[in-house]
Design a protein. Sequence first.
Length: 89
Amino acid sequence: MSFDSARAYRLHPQVALRPEPFGALAYHYGNRKLVFLRAPELVELVRELDQHPSADEALAGLPEARRTAFRKALASLSGSGMITETTHD
């Protein structure tokens, strides 16, 4: 399934984030993938995804100049299973 920023996402329940000076390491215990999140703002965005009705809404809180890069990062995280689509009630 491809990433659709109009949909809601959350950190996959099998993913742990370990804070690092550069951002964080994300480890998926299910598929054993390790991903570097290289910006503290991206780490915060990923942690708070489930508080927004869509990825676009979550991205709206970032400076416009960073949104395209972070949208691409979210698409990559979705493709690797680090974030997963969810529903909001």
